[in-house]
Design a protein around this ligand. Structure first.
Ligand SMILES: Nc1nc2c(ncn2[C@@H]2O[C@H](COP(=O)(O)OP(=O)(O)OP(=O)(O)O)[C@@H](O)[C@H]2O)c(=O)[nH]1
Ligand SMILES: [Mg+2]
Length: 222
């Protein structure tokens, strides 16, 4: 983006997606920024970057810089660099995978350690339960989800990267929180995209070859 384009935007926010492998972070980023979804799993190596321009309350232009960090980065020395300077962190788990929910404690510990070390803390943490299109095989109850978010002072969201359900309102709410705006109920409802999906058996995810991948994030660091 050129400097002149930058000047048109009131705010630029760095939002980092963290959580275990396979929870759907890349799918969330690509659904939200490109309105695409791939069934095949391609592990993120390091971090990929995505941009999304939004308007809050019809008045504030915001550029969201979304950092999609690989699940394998938990415990890696690079994680602190990825988190550094983030205004918002979205912790993602898969509602059909209890372990991905349990491991959020480890992600939080790592975030807290990084922030202590760098002296910079994010202004907002959000908890995202992804894959709500697979409600019939849910492994984490809504109550546990809500309690975890309340215990750690996080906003809480349920979304589906596959259908796009509640995706937009999730990012809008996080962005609004970061700039100190409150969304009206009408705005929240307007953003709520509900798409019905057929129930089907999901095959085990396969690692797709890099050459066949149609994904094109803006930039990638490994
Ligand atoms: N049914 C369903 N599948 C999803 C959803 N989101 C992601 N998936 C699938 O879950 C698998 C993993 O998705 P990714 O987005 O690659 O997961 P990730 O969190 O980026 O994984 P790492 O890059 O390894 O950290 C893929 O096969 C996706 O198609 C969803 O909302 N619903
Ligand atoms: Mg990924």
């Amino acid at each position: 983006m050129s400097d002149s384009e930058n000047e048109c935007f009131d705010k630029r926010l760095k939002i980092v997606l963290l959580g275990d492998c396979l929870t759907g972070k890349t799918s969330i980023a690509t659904r939200y920024t490109q309105d695409n979804f791939w069934k095949e799993y391609k592990k993120t190596m390091g971090v990929d970057f995505y941009l999304k321009r939004i308007i809050l309350r019809g008045q504030m232009n915001v550029v969201l810089q979304i950092w999609d960090v690989s699940g394998i980065c938990l415990g890696s020395s690079m994680l602190e660099n990825y988190i550094y300077g983030a205004q918002g962190i979205i912790l993602v788990y898969d509602i059909t995978n209890y372990i991905s929910f349990e491991n959020l404690e480890d992600w939080l510990l790592t975030i807290n350690r990084s922030c202590l070390h760098s002296g910079k803390s994010p202004s907002h943490l959000a908890l995202v339960g992804n894959k709500v299109d697979l409600e019939h095989v849910r492994a984490v109850s809504e109550e546990r989800h809500v309690k975890f978010a309340a215990d750690h002072n996080m906003s809480n969201h349920f979304i589906s990267a596959k259908t796009g359900e509640c995706m937009s309102v999730c990012f809008q709410r996080v962005a609004a929180e970061l700039v100190g705006l409150k969304l009206t109920t009408a705005e929240k409802e307007q953003q709520q995209q509900v798409v019905t999906a057929n129930i089907e058996c999901e095959p085990c995810p396969k690692v797709a070859s890099v050459q066949n991948s149609p994904r094109s994030p803006i930039c990638s660091l490994q």
